[in-house]
Design a binder for this molecule. Structure first.
Ligand SMILES: Nc1ncnc2c1ncn2[C@@H]1O[C@H](COP(=O)(O)OP(=O)(O)O)[C@@H](O)[C@H]1O
Ligand SMILES: [Mg+2]
Length: 268
């Protein structure tokens, strides 16, 4: 183990285990001197930490800041900001579903983060967007976590090795048909929106028609052929903003009519 890794690992005391899965262990850790809290994610030594290193020390509003990526002779460790809040999987478990307005608000925040990631050269594709990988902080900010299977887009590569983040949310191309790109994340955002809205992940029989324009947006996100989806998150954001606009316009028109009538009959 290098001196830096040894120093960092000894500097942060494990306070509690936040989560533990087959592949990783998430600790809440505390700086012995300053008392500052961080999260330490322990990953297998053969895990690919390229994207975590790339994100290291970058300030992106919708991501916990990655402070260090170090290894000892047993594990890789990612140290990142601790986000006080709740992940969307637990929130969905409590609430069962969310309003279209709430879903659009979160989807727009998620699009902002993805826009930043997809804007890197080469693009960073998250590939595992799902409720448990999204935390809503106590002050309402959406944070995208878990870059374990994120990858950088390689322009000259053919099909990806199959990297199915999580079956329900993975785009068809993640099964190894072709290379994943930003449209694979758009597919998962569609599944996520459907799940938050209905409480279920969509299947072919699910009727998204009652959700009007938002339902249409979701259907476009989850098209099997990436060419039929939104081609980048900018396009998706534009469509989502339009869904909100008619309500706004209607409200503005109503206020203007009332003001006009009041002015005409001399109330003001
Ligand atoms: N930076 C963080 N701040 C607060 N909680 C976190 C953080 N990172 C992970 N968690 C919690 O731990 C859970 C698992 O973390 P995640 O990175 O998704 O691990 P895994 O790769 O095992 O899925 C998350 O769903 C979240 O509740
Ligand atoms: Mg996860």
């Amino acid at each position: 183990m290098g001196g830096t890794a040894e120093y960092i690992l000894s500097k942060y005391k494990e306070i509690e285990i936040i989560a533990e899965t087959g592949k990783s262990k998430i600790f809440l850790v505390k700086d012995n001197v300053s008392g500052h809290l961080l999260v330490k994610k322990q990953l297998p030594l053969d895990s690919d930490t390229t994207v975590y290193k790339k994100l290291s020390a970058k300030d992106i509003k919708g991501l916990p800041r990655v402070h260090f990526v170090v290894s000892d002779d047993r594990y890789n460790y990612v140290f990142e900001d601790y986000i006080s809040g709740s992940n969307l999987m637990n929130m969905l478990g409590n609430e069962k579903s969310f309003t279209p307005k709430q879903v659009i608000e979160w989807a727009l925040m998620l699009c902002d983060v993805l826009d930043a990631l997809h804007g890197y050269d080469p693009q960073i594709i998250h590939r595992d967007i799902k409720p448990s990988n999204i935390i809503i902080s106590d002050d309402g900010i959406l944070k995208l976590i878990d870059f374990d299977i994120a990858r950088e887009y390689k322009a000259d590569a053919g099909a990806d090795t199959a990297y199915i983040g999580t079956k329900k949310y993975a785009s068809p191309e993640q099964y190894g048909f072709s290379q994943t790109d930003c449209r694979s994340d758009i597919f998962s955002v569609g599944i996520l929106m459907a799940e938050l809205l209905t409480g279920n992940t969509p299947n072919h029989n699910q009727d998204l028609n009652p959700y009007g324009a938002l339902g249409k947006i979701i259907k476009k996100c989850i098209e099997v052929d990436p060419k039929q989806r939104f081609q980048n998150v900018g396009e998706l954001q534009l469509a989502l903003r339009k869904v909100n606009r008619p309500f706004y316009n209607r409200a503005v028109v109503k206020v203007r009519i009332v003001t006009f009538i009041c002015a005409t009959i001399g109330i003001f």
